[in-house]
Design a protein around this ligand. Structure first.
Ligand code: HEM
Length: 270
């Protein structure tokens, strides 16, 4: 595996004016393990998108009400909550693209560094838009009379989620001002870059945690589980006793975890 500098990812390159960094960012120096991890990440991203649609189209997810499957952004619609997990999953996929923009071969082999930076910034911008709509959807599903009022911010999921979302706004603004539009001096950019990278990583991992906690919240609301009359010494044999929607949500949570592991391997440095 080559050093980060050889790959053209060096911090110095991020601090240069865009015109000084026109060379493509080759990814051929990634180890075969990292290339495999990057490929599997793309497969998992597609799988998560399919999985979340399968979940919100399963009537068990909507307490058995077939009319409430699918999703909507109309605050009066009973489907509005479902937009929350869908758009949060879309955000996670977009963040994955943003995080790996400097690593994924199909991006770096085709585009010059300034264009890769545009892909990186646009992915995070779209993730921000998508998650803002996702938050609108969940608050609408709790605060509109026709939905039946529900408490807000009662769960650990909601507090972790709002904290990570706030951090994302901050990191996006600093990244845009300092590195996107380069409105600060090179010295300030040099000081900010390690923090931008650190918070980018924390936000990405925190997002995964928030998603898993969100799936857990919904599993709790849906009372996921099954009854036993003797010691459950072989739970695998009984796994299908869990309602299908619960198994599907467990699957999505494990896919989030696997994506985080693979993304970490793909972006690993010497
Ligand atoms: C598949 C992913 C997700 C699922 C299944 C999910 C599920 C839920 C559920 C069931 C609620 C209402 C109950 C509660 O507050 O726990 C909720 C609320 C909330 N979620 Fe998520 N969520 C997901 C992803 C996320 C993510 C990634 C974030 C932010 C980073 C987030 C932020 C919030 C916030 C702030 C609330 C509170 C809204 C309120 O209290 O009205 N969620 N989510």
């Amino acid at each position: 595996m080559s050093s980060n500098k050889q790959r053209g990812h060096s911090m110095e390159a991020d601090l240069l004016p865009t015109s000084s960094a026109q060379t493509p960012t080759p990814s051929s120096q990634l180890s075969s393990l990292q290339l495999t991890a990057a490929t599997l990440t793309q497969v998992l991203c597609a799988t998560m998108l399919v999985q979340v649609f399968v979940i919100i189209n399963n009537a068990e997810f909507t307490f058995g009400n077939v009319d409430n499957t699918g999703f909507s952004l109309d605050k009066e619609s009973k489907k509005v909550f479902n937009a929350h997990p869908v758009l949060m999953t879309v955000s996670f996929v977009l963040m994955t693209v943003g995080k790996l923009a400097f690593t994924l071969p199909f991006i770096t082999n085709r585009l010059s560094r300034p264009k890769v930076k545009v892909v990186h910034g646009s992915s995070w911008l779209l993730a921000l838009v998508s998650s803002s709509l996702a938050l609108y959807a969940v608050f609408a599903s709790h605060n509109v009379e026709s939905q039946g009022y529900k408490a807000n911010m009662y769960s650990l999921h909601s507090w972790v989620g709002i904290a990570v979302f706030a951090a994302m706004i901050g990191n996006f603004l600093i990244g845009s001002v300092a590195f996107g539009f380069q409105l600060v001096s090179p010295e300030t950019r040099a000081k900010l870059m390690p923090f931008h990278k650190l918070f980018g990583n924390l936000i990405y991992y925190g997002w995964g945690v928030a998603m898993i906690l969100g799936l857990l919240s919904r599993s709790w609301i849906l009372s996921c589980g099954y009854s036993v009359t003797e010691a459950d010494v072989n739970p695998v044999a009984h796994y299908n006793d869990l309602p299908e929607t619960c198994r599907q949500m467990n699957g999505l949570g494990m896919e989030v975890l696997a994506t985080i592991v693979l993304v970490s391997v793909a972006s690993m440095k010497n």
